[in-house]
Design a protein around this ligand. Structure first.
Ligand SMILES: NC(=O)c1ccc[n+]([C@@H]2O[C@H](COP(=O)([O-])OP(=O)(O)OC[C@H]3O[C@@H](n4cnc5c(N)ncnc54)[C@H](O)[C@@H]3O)[C@@H](O)[C@H]2O)c1
Length: 250
């Protein structure tokens, strides 16, 4: 029987919730009884996609803006009275090898994928400390361990997600707050679409995964649910591959 209340009464912030992994995670967390404060850029249809009554609040905001962390955390606390779970999911993937990456690409990638994650997490901690347990789930990538051709800034940012998460786990364990990162492989979303449009690229990743296909956003959301659950209380500081074993096959 499917358990439908694994996050009953928990309050979760999810960034990048208008699309792909973030949207799937928001829907799954709502179905499991959580109250979700969902954040995404203006003009990405967040409100229409997550119109689920009084269990969900949306905020259209660029997470890199200076006032974003305070607006997001205070918004969640005002709406739902506290904070238990933070899913730092929003991310961008701008291609380019070392020689091709401009300063703008580098800085934007770090701003969204790393600095916003750091600043929002820092803002969330005082609220999480008030609860018996806290959960930070950062979305890294298989590129938190590996490099990929033509993805210099993205790969560097995802390695930083691994380092940042480990630092969080070490500093926050004393407050019963765990911090872990997901490592999705090739997942069908808007972010991967431009790459998957190339049949050779798509076939490479389908073949690389022993499971024999690309992944769905919902499958990554299930991993986020596990890390957010009470059952994962002694798991902290680790990266969880959700990649059909692609990365362990040479
Ligand atoms: N799709 C994959 O194959 C894959 C693989 C590994 C890791 N990831 C990671 O998963 C996470 C989610 O990606 P996805 O594949 O679901 O992509 P997606 O493009 O479908 O969703 C990302 C969401 O983040 C939002 N976002 C981007 N910049 C933002 C900002 N500054 N402020 C607020 N929101 C912002 C976008 O508007 C979008 O809705 C990302 O961190 C990505 O790096 C994805």
């Amino acid at each position: 029987m499917t358990n439908i209340d694994r996050l009953d009464g928990k309050v979760a912030i999810i960034t990048g919730a208008a699309s792909g992994i973030g949207l799937a995670t928001a829907k799954l967390f709502l179905a499991q009884g959580a109250k979700v404060f969902a954040v995404d850029l203006p003009g990405h249809g967040l409100v229409e996609k997550l119109d689920s009554g009084d269990q969900v609040q949306t905020l259209e905001k660029d997470i890199t803006e200076g006032d974003a962390p305070a607006a997001i955390v205070s918004g969640a606390v005002e709406a739902f009275g506290g904070l238990d779970i933070l899913v730092n999911n929003a991310g961008i993937c701008l291609p380019g090898s070392l020689e091709e990456v401009t300063d703008d690409i580098w800085e934007r990638t770090m701003a969204v994928n790393v600095t916003a994650m750091f600043r929002l997490s820092r803002e969330a901690i005082p609220e999480m400390k008030k609860r018996p347990r806290g959960r930070i789930i950062n979305v890294g990538s298989i590129m938190s361990d590996m490099a990929g051709p033509g993805l210099c800034a993205y790969g560097t940012s995802k390695h930083a997600v691994a380092g940042l998460t480990k630092a969080m786990a070490v500093d926050l364990g004393q407050y019963q707050i765990t911090a872990n990162y997901l490592q999705p492989g090739a997942i069908i979303t808007a972010l991967s679409e431009p790459f998957m449009d190339d049949p050779e690229f798509r076939a490479y990743w389908e073949d690389k995964a022993p499971i024999g296909r690309l992944g769905d956003a919902e499958e990554v959301a299930e991993a986020a649910l596990f890390l957010a659950s009470d059952e994962a209380q002694f798991i902290s500081g680790v990266g969880l591959n959700v990649d059909g074993a692609a990365i362990v096959k040479f």
